[in-house]
Design a protein around this ligand. Structure first.
Ligand code: CA
Length: 213
């Protein structure tokens, strides 16, 4: 792609945004790349630039109805399975027992829950909903991480660190109320978002939403 083609691409994006006034303006960075070379007779300087430009819907919950998995599944005395998909089914408020609408693991340390976002994604904000019927200890001290390693093939074995860490949360989201948790500024993009708990307790997530910002 030549420099001329890049300029035309940005112009096209500008026109697209003008026809879609509800979308926010993109952040366009100007890059200067020093080129220290001189073309001799019979030579020419060739510039190749690859630019990926995409529009991001900042209001889209990237986790909704996506594939999920978790380290273990709690089954209530009534036989209800608290399967992982209940954390991305869009249901956040029900006045029934938590296992009917929440993903819950067994009561062991190093429990985790994960969702496949479908592609490597930048996540700036997670909205998480705890059980409406109490049990705050099941969702208080936990880590949110992003990785490109599939939990379906390699189970998470430790809490995320470095730029894989979105947030180490130690405050219980009020019962049944969707609560925003903002990722650390240096959190790297990832395809798989996961929640990890080192405490010897159940890990319950009634709904988890993931947003670009
Ligand atoms: Ca749910």
């Amino acid at each position: 792609m030549s420099v001329l083609q890049v300029s035309l691409g940005l112009l096209f994006l500008g026109q697209l945004l003008l026809s879609s006034p509800s979308l926010a303006a993109p952040i366009i960075q100007e890059l200067t790349i020093p080129v220290n070379m001189t073309a001799k007779p019979g030579q020419r300087i060739v510039v190749q630039v690859n630019v990926n430009i995409s529009l991001v819907n900042t209001n889209e919950n990237l986790a909704l109805n996506k594939p999920t998995t978790q380290s273990s599944i709690f089954i209530s005395a009534e036989g209800n399975s608290s399967i992982s998909s209940k954390a991305v089914d869009g249901v956040t408020t029900l006045t029934i027992a938590g296992h009917d609408y929440c993903a819950i693991t067994n009561q062991v340390a190093n429990s985790w829950w994960a969702v496949d976002l479908g592609q490597e994604s930048t996540i700036g904000r997670v909205r998480i909903t705890s059980r409406q019927d109490g049990y705050p200890e099941q969702l208080t001290d936990f880590y949110i991480g992003l990785t490109n390693v599939s939990p379906w093939t390699t189970a998470p074995s430790a809490a995320p660190t470095g730029n894989a860490l979105c947030k180490h949360n130690t405050v219980h989201p009020a019962n049944g109320i969707p609560t925003a948790i903002f990722c650390e500024p240096n959190t790297a993009p990832g395809r798989y978002l996961y929640v990890y708990s080192t405490t010897a307790n159940y890990l319950s997530i009634c709904e988890l939403e993931a947003y670009y910002n």
